[in-house]
Design a protein around this ligand. Sequence first.
Ligand code: FE
Ligand code: FE
Ligand code: ZN
Length: 296
Amino acid sequence: MVIVVIIGCHVNFTQEQLLGSTKQALDYGANAFMFYTGAPQNTIRKELDIKLRDEAINLMQENNIGLENVICHAPYIVNLANNTSEDKWQFSINFLKQELSRCKFLGIKYIVVHPGSAVGLEKSVALKNISDALNFIIDEDGPMILLETMAGKGTECGATLNEVKAILEQVNSNHIGVCIDTCHLNDAGYDMKEFDKFLEEFEQIIGLEKIHCVHVNDSKNLLNTHKDRHENIGLGTIGFEALLSVVLNEKLKNVPKILETPYVEKLYPPYKFEIKALKSRENNPHLIEDIIEYYK
Ligand code: FE
Ligand code: FE
Ligand code: ZN
């Protein structure tokens, strides 16, 4: 039996909103995708258009893109970990609540959230703040929040499975999951070349059923360097074979794999070619040249 790999990438969300995102994903040959409801760096959000939403959902159905494979990513400026400024912390909570209702309107099932950075607070206090915030935010009937595993840059929380576990344990709901990111895991010290071993550890500490999204990125940096700089598939320290073993892993076969690799020369999206390489299980030694050739 041929396994259908659920694979896609980060796409834009502009004038045509979710419809534009869906068209872009299809152009890349994706059957899954991830979008931000506006710029990832800010919290300015436009009103959502019901007609564009319905057209998007129709287009997904026509092309076998399941809504459970369409992921939203919250902007990275929200920080649930630090409540030194009560106002800022409340702003993050309220913004995420609104983001959740926007996702609900769009029919989205999962939203990825970065746990946040402790900045000056003790780690245990920061982890508790994240859980407290999540207890305010979680909507049992809305999309599920997925906490992303982080690289551990600066004072980032959620760079170890035990930290993620500590957050989950203090949340009074089961309506919460995890998004693993291969670049972040590598940079946090988990070797993606031994992915089965990592999954065993994940199963023991958290439970594999909690994983609802996988970010597939190569890394510019070595294991355990706590950097978080994504690299194109096959060109980083993780390498094509290890990333392919993640993408094809039987235990995660129903979980969408999302690429967040950098644009080539900051201009050309690599996704069409990276998706093709991973789907065909063959590394493209001319990846960068092919991308430049195609788009220039
Ligand atoms: Fe992320
Ligand atoms: Fe990620
Ligand atoms: Zn990252």
